[in-house]
Design a protein around this ligand. Structure first.
Ligand code: PGA
Length: 255
C-alpha cells in the first residue's frame, strides 16, 4: 500500500446466492464492518447479483459497507430485455459497478468499446466504475501482457473520466477462480504499467486505485496487499464466506 490512496476490498459474488443466504452473508460482513468502525483500514464493498441488490442494500444500511453492481447497460433505458441500467443500480443504493469483467468479455463478447460506453453510463449516473483488465494465459506466455493491459486501459476508459470516477482491477484471466496467482513481481510490474498509463491519460491519474484480483484468499492477501502499487483487491470465490472475506479485509496494512 502506498500514498494517500484509500484501499478498497471489493467482493464480487458473481451468480451466487439466493435471498436468504445473500442477506445472511451481507449481514455478516456488515456486522464485522460496523464493529471495526474507525479501525477499518479501507473501504469494503459487496457486489451481489442484481436480484439481491435491494435486499442487500437494506441489510448493509447504516454500516460502512458499500454496494456495487456487477454490470450495467450503456443506455439509460429502453428495449433491452434482461439488462439493467446504471441509474437502476444507483436507485437501489449502489455506489459502484464492476465493468468489463473477463467473464463478461469472454462469455458475452464485450469489447473495449462496449465497456467504455458502459463506463460512460456509470459516470453519468454517478457510479464509480471498477474497470477490469487482464491478460489470458496465452497472452502472458507470448510476452504480450503489458501491451494487452495498456490496450484495454486505453479502450475501456472513456476520455474525460476523472480520478474519483474510476477504479481499475487487474485480473489475469488465468488466475480467476483457479487458485493460481502471478508472482508478486509480476503483479508489481503490471500495476506499475497501469499506473503510468493512467497518469499519462488522466489528470492526476496516478491517484486512481488499482486493485488486484484473481484467487485472492486469506493465505495470500497479506503479501499481495502489502505491495506498494496494490490498492486493494477484487475478490470472487473467497468473498462468499464472511470469515474468509473478512480475513482479506483484515489483511490490509494499517495506514
Ligand atoms: P476469484 O475471482 O477471486 O474467484 O479468482 C475474482 C474475480 O473474478 O473477480
Amino acid at each position: 500500500m502506498a500514498s494517500g490512496r484509500r484501499p478498497l476490498i471489493a467482493a464480487n459474488w458473481k451468480m451466487n446466492g439466493l435471498k436468504a443466504d445473500g442477506v445472511a452473508l451481507a449481514q455478516a460482513v456488515a456486522a464485522r464492518a460496523k464493529s471495526a468502525g474507525a479501525t477499518l483500514a479501507g473501504e469494503v464493498l459487496v457486489s451481489p447479483p442484481a436480484t439481491l441488490i435491494d435486499a442487500v442494500s437494506a441489510a448493509i444500511a447504516g454500516t460502512p459497507v458499500l454496494l456495487g453492481g456487477q454490470d450495467c447497460h450503456a443506455q439509460t433505458s429502453g428495449a433491452f430485455t434482461g439488462d439493467i441500467s446504471a441509474a437502476m443500480l444507483k436507485d437501489l443504493g449502489a455506489s459502484h459497478v464492476i465493468l468489463g469483467h473477463s467473464e463478461r468479455r469472454t462469455l458475452h463478447g464485450e469489447t473495449d468499446a462496449q465497456v467504455s460506453a458502459k463506463v460512460a453510463a456509470a459516470r453519468a449516473a454517478g457510479l464509480v466504475a471498477i474497470v477490469c483488465v487482464g491478460e489470458t494465459e496465452a497472452q502472458r506466455d507470448s510476452g504480450d501482457t503489458i501491451a494487452v493491459i495498456v490496450g484495454q486501459i486505453d479502450g475501456s476508459i472513456p476520455a474525460g473520466a476523472t480520478v474519483a470516477e474510476i477504479v481499475v482491477a487487474y485480473e489475469p484471466v488465468w488466475a480467476i477462480g483457479t487458485g493460481r496467482t502471478p508472482t508478486l513481481a509480476e503483479i508489481v510490474e503490471v500495476h506499475q504499467a497501469i499506473r503510468a498509463r493512467l497518469a499519462s491519460r488522466i489528470p492526476g491519474g496516478d491517484a486512481i486505485r488499482i486493485l488486484y484480483g484473481g484467487s485472492v484468499k486469506p493465505s495470500n492477501a497479506v503479501e499481495v496487499l502489502a505491495l506498494a502499487d496494490v490498492d486493494g483487491a477484487l475478490v470472487g470465490g473467497a468473498s462468499l464466506k464472511a470469515e474468509d472475506f473478512w480475513a482479506i479485509v483484515s489483511a490490509l496494512p494499517q495506514a
